[in-house]
Design a binder for this molecule. Structure first.
Ligand code: NAD
Length: 504
């Protein structure tokens, strides 16, 4: 299979030209039962945060389109071949999806950058690698699962088998529109479920493309359906639908609550939530290398414009090394190349839209008013006219009660807090309603293990940040959600355990 050349082989002008050629070809219709569907005929604009331009008018899904898609997924589950196929055959289709993703890699990366504003190098190198890698990983896993036969008395045989849960509604946000969709769709399909995917209304284009690719790869009609539309309309229709068996949601904690209510008020469908975060990154004075700790802290908060659920947005640094570490992060904020997302030299692109820029600026203003000290950035940046750009921003002298230390900003804004003792660091780290991730920098093996155990977070990174692969589960404690994406554990969301007890 010929793979797309790396973005480095294309320059800024190449990507600009390819974007102009792609925009008129972007998908604008829902994908239901293997076909493009217009739905009710109304449409909504997809505005590129790169330059404020409307790049597509997309069919606006509501109850009617969700009904259509759920009915297709229901039929495909109840009487179609997918759940009855051998796992090895299902795995083969997932592997073909991964191959086709690779084949369309540049086009998909460009679609993500146009709708989301992230640098093309990251769409190509991170999003698309994750998308293809996730389908490949679950494709390879599909036929390697085994059921259980517990030891019973001699008069009986017990089987504990996993069966696909049914129709899955996957509702995802805009910050990693393809990765997060894949983390739900691939394990759900591997388990034998059928899916209705609802992408964010800010980034529906890449998901609609994925729907077409999956059908082209040989997925039977109705196994993966994609409905574009708003949260309170299409999202709610999926959450309340009586024929949806499982909701797999990634997004904000506030909307996660809605899905629990939707389930309670409808059919008690299973609801799995991957939600927000305000992750601490603790730097102890014995960090193996303070320069690396600082560089990683800066990379962590500015990567993907800070629009990361796991962003290490609270830097908790020991008072004795606070100046050294903070100064290095501030220096890096000053050299980071904020630029046109279509320029391969760009390190930080556009935020997801003008509304995001206004929200981030408001957080910074309130933080400064509350007494935090602005050390870097703090303002919108003019890069491409009409675009949504913001400075890499650092504030220190942040105290635990400030909104800067408590609220998820979801932008390139780092809050620096200091501590004197290890106990104080752990208390500060856990002093949040969230529990998605945490970082810890130390050379002390015992401190690494004991502090990692005391941190109430789904992932703890020691002497690194954002590392990992598909072998490890990902998800939150506390109000960062429950259930896990990635790894074989993700299958637990999409399967029911059945006990068969046979009296011999
Ligand atoms: P969001 O909660 O506003 O939207 C997420 C999805 O829910 C979108 O598809 C949206 O259309 C839909 N939605 C919105 N309102 C709805 C409603 N009333 N009923 C039904 N559906 C509704 O989140 P966002 O702004 O798209 O993304 C940012 C949030 O996502 C942040 O809080 C971030 O931390 C979180 N996030 C979490 C993870 C994780 O894995 N834990 C990963 C990425 C992002």
């Amino acid at each position: 299979m010929p793979h797309d050349e790396a973005p480095a082989a294309r320059g800024h002008q190449d990507w600009l030209g390819e974007a102009d050629a792609l925009i008129p070809r972007l998908p604008t219709r829902h994908r239901v039962a293997g076909a493009d569907v217009d739905g009710s005929g109304s449409a909504f604009p997809v505005v590129s945060p790169r330059d404020g331009r409307v790049v597509a008018l997309v069919a606006d899904g509501g109850e009617k389109e969700v009904d259509l898609a759920v009915a297709a997924a229901r039929r495909a589950f109840d009487s179609g071949p997918w759940p009855r196929m051998s796992p090895v055959e299902r795995g083969r289709v997932l592997l073909r999806i991964a191959d086709l993703v690779e084949e369309h890699r540049a086009e998909l990366a460009l679609t993500v950058t146009l709708e989301n504003g992230k640098p093309i190098t990251e769409s190509h190198g991170v999003e698309l690698r994750a998308l293809a890698g996730t389908f490949r990983w679950y494709g390879q896993l599909a036929d390697k699962l085994t059921d259980e036969s517990p030891h019973t008395g001699p008069g009986a045989l017990a089987l504990v088998t996993r069966e696909p849960s049914g129709v899955v509604g996957a509702v995802v946000p805009w910050n990693f529109p393809l990765t997060l969709a894949a983390w739900k769709v691939a394990p759900a399909l591997a388990a034998g479920c059928t899916v209705v995917l609802k992408p964010s209304e800010l980034t529906p284009l890449s998901a609609l493309s994925l729907g077409r690719i999956a059908d082209e790869a040989g997925l039977p009609p109705g196994v993966l359906n994609v409905v574009a539309g708003g949260g309170p309309t299409a999202g709610r229709a999926l959450g309340t639908h009586p024929d949806v068996d499982v909701i797999a949601f990634t997004g904000s904690t506030a909307v996660g609550r809605h899905f629990l209510r939707y389930a309670a008020d409808s059919n008690l469908k299973r609801v799995w939530l991957e939600l927000g975060g305000k992750s601490p990154n603790i730097v102890l004075p014995d960090a193996p290398d303070l320069a690396t700790a600082a560089a990683t802290a800066a990379w962590g908060i500015f990567f993907n414009q800070g629009e990361m659920c796991t962003a290490p947005s609270r830097l908790l640094v020991h008072a004795s090394v606070a100046d050294e570490v903070t100064d290095a992060v501030v220096a890096r904020a000053g050299t980071l190349r904020v630029g046109d997302p279509l320029d391969p030299a760009t390190e930080m692109g556009a935020l997801a839209g003008a509304a995001r820029v206004a929200t981030v600026q408001e957080h910074v203003r309130r933080g400064a008013d509350a007494g935090a000290r602005l050390r870097a950035g703090g303002s919108p940046r003019h890069v491409v006219p009409g675009g949504a750009y913001f400075d890499p921003t650092v504030l220190d002298r942040v105290t635990p009660g400030m909104a800067l230390a408590r609220e998820e900003i979801f932008g390139p804004v780092l809050s620096v807090l200091t501590f004197e003792t290890l106990d104080e660091a752990v208390a500060l780290a856990n002093d949040t309603e969230y529990g998605l991730a945490a970082g810890l920098w130390t050379s002390d093996l015992s401190a690494a293990h004991t502090v990692a155990r005391r941190l109430r977070a789904g992932t703890v990174w020691v002497n690194c940040y954002e590392e990992g692969d598909l072998t490890v589960p990902f998800g939150g404690y506390k109000q960062s959600g429950h259930g896990r994406d990635k790894s074989a554990h993700a299958l637990e969301k999409y399967t029911e355990l059945k006990t068969t007890w046979i009296q011999l």
